[in-house]
Design a protein around this ligand. Sequence first.
Ligand code: PMP
Length: 464
Amino acid sequence: MPNKQTTDMQQVWQQDRDHYIHPWTDFSTFKEEGSLVLADSDNVHVKDGEGREYLDGIGGLWCVNIGYAREEMAQAIADQIRQIPYYSCFGHHTTVPAAQLAAKLAELAPGNLNHVFYGCGGSVANDTAVRIIHFYFNQLGKKSKKKIISRIDGYHGSTYMAMSITGVKFDHIGFDIEEQLVSHISCPNPYRRPAGQSLEEFCNEKVQELEDKILELGPDNVAAFFAEPIMGAGGVIVPPEGYHKKTLEVCRKYGVLYVSDEVVTAFGRLGHMFASEAEFGIVPDIITCAKGLTSGYLPLGATILSDEIYDVISKPQADGALFTHGFTYSGHPVSCAAGVKNIEIMERENLCGHVKDMGQYFEDQVKTLIDLPIVGDVRGRKFMMCIENVANKETKELINPDAKVGNRIADHCQARGLIVRPLAHMNVLSPPLTLTKEHIDFLVATLRESIEATMEDLKAEGFI
Ligand code: PMP
């Protein structure tokens, strides 16, 4: 077993740079700079190969909700491996944690979302939703109902279908996407709404756009609308008040299924196990989730279906079709054991209660950064926040992309012992939910210092 005390970190750095194709990586800088090797962790901190400690402002990737290196998680995972490390759940086999976790998710999910299909992450959960929705409408004899509507700047994953549903246009450059099935409507980003437009008018306009798109494509051709409660990777966009309820009403009017992508927002990030109903007052037809489901300790995603959808896909089909969908690792017992233990910890420690309280303090403190000259918008809720940097706060004009302002701020933070995520000209924050007041004060003070240091750089180089 590799021992972190004796591992040659320089060699690891080299092996990584020479052989590992990293996800979502700018190869031009990667080939020069290589990686920060993360080798150790504890609660809200991670350590690099040289032993330097960082407060993790992004919870790995919006996922380490219960914090790092929980002994109880290691124990539950090891116990499951010793008992039965794998068995296929195809057909009529199951394992104890796969069944227990499904029942727990059915209990926690809103409305009658009582049926759970497992995959290995968020992209697969969304791809599964599409396959199930198509199968569902086929079985109802509505074979033309196939098209999916999603939003510009929505993020739904990196498999072919999930990336096609994703609306972050930058992510499509150089790749192909499925264009026959997917249409995008505009993003409900209140910060970028036309000057002088009220939030209510803006909301109604965006809702109307969904209805117009359904009518343009033909209600008989539209199967589903995919939406994150708060758009994450698109820049933590909180839609205007009432947007989700009104878009759900439009979907109901035309028999379009509503898929709430809770890959980021579920399991405590906003102070609820699921945010759709508790935070936004809607009960969708399908919820997809991943990440915080195991707090990232092991890969797992879930597609949670309403009774109505389950009843249709599980009844004997006139055309003899079976539910021929699934993966070798659907319901992997070790991942599911991690999920069961993760939720048990969250409930026992009342982490959602902590987020309602400390997450509010976090939100309030991060919002104080708005006084900085390049900070145009600070948005988000609880432990899901974003800072949008601009050249001009009045006109909201962006800083020249060559300045890589998001990266610079992240680099300054890293040099000061804090990891934040750059996202073009923005920085996002999604820390472990166990953050305390002291951690928050350090995080916000460090971020302020780092933005100030970045402003000095930008001035010196003539960018602002
Ligand atoms: N949906 C959302 C809202 C996400 O944020 C992500 C990942 N960041 C995904 C889907 C895809 O999840 P995964 O990377 O686990 O496939």
